[in-house]
Design a protein. Structure first.
Length: 201
């Protein structure tokens, strides 16, 4: 009578955001006697991007936003499963929405600090520490410093992307080593720093 090996066990994908960064799952091969196979479970990351802050001014054009998006993607922080949330003033939402390109969510608020407040609402009301493994705050505004500390205290991996020359001191202190300088186009040093600080998606 012929012996039939048991079929390979199938790895079932976990819902997004439920597996901690770097966790690995073992998949056993029944009846084969081979060693377990390790498969890396990808983490899910949310990016909160203050577009006006990264560009350096509030009067945005599509070209401004397109250049900003190109530089941000060049950091190699954005994975296929990531959620990008872009904040801006309502008067700039057309330029941001059309200039950034690709999948993203846009949040707006009136006032000189409207983008900051819109992004802080996401942090305060949407339980990002429960839904995601990694958070990237792309802004140099000091108003985010307390949120960086709070969310790290709850176990969330937090990275800050900011223009170093204009980044608030208290935000730089809160970020520590996890501060990635927002580069000009083609800045390879910033890209290498980003790879070291943030787990690959």
């Amino acid at each position: 009578m012929r012996r039939v090996d048991a079929p390979l066990a199938l790895a079932v994908s976990e819902p997004l955001g439920t597996v901690a960064a770097g966790e690995e799952r073992r998949v056993r091969r029944g009846g084969s006697g081979r060693r377990p196979v390790r498969t890396r479970i990808r983490t899910r990351r949310i990016h909160l991007v203050d577009v006006e802050n990264l560009v350096g001014h509030a009067r945005l054009t599509r070209d401004d936003v397109r250049a900003c998006a190109t530089a941000y993607r060049g950091l190699d922080l954005v994975g296929a499963r990531d959620l990008l949330v872009l904040g801006c003033n309502p008067g700039e939402q057309l330029a941001v929405g059309l200039g950034w390109g690709g999948p993203h969510r846009l949040v707006v608020r009136h006032g000189p600090d409207g983008a900051d407040l819109a992004l802080l609402d996401v942090l305060g009301r949407e339980h990002v520490e429960r839904r995601f493994d990694d958070l990237v705050i792309a802004s140099g505004d000091g108003v985010f410093a307390d949120e960086v500390r709070r969310l790290r205290g709850r176990g969330l991996h937090v990275t800050v992307v900011a223009p170093v020359r204009s980044a608030a001191r208290r935000l730089r202190r809160a970020a520590g080593r996890a501060l990635v300088p927002f580069p000009s186009l083609g800045d390879r040093g910033a890209r290498a720093t980003a790879r070291e600080l943030v787990p690959a998606a």
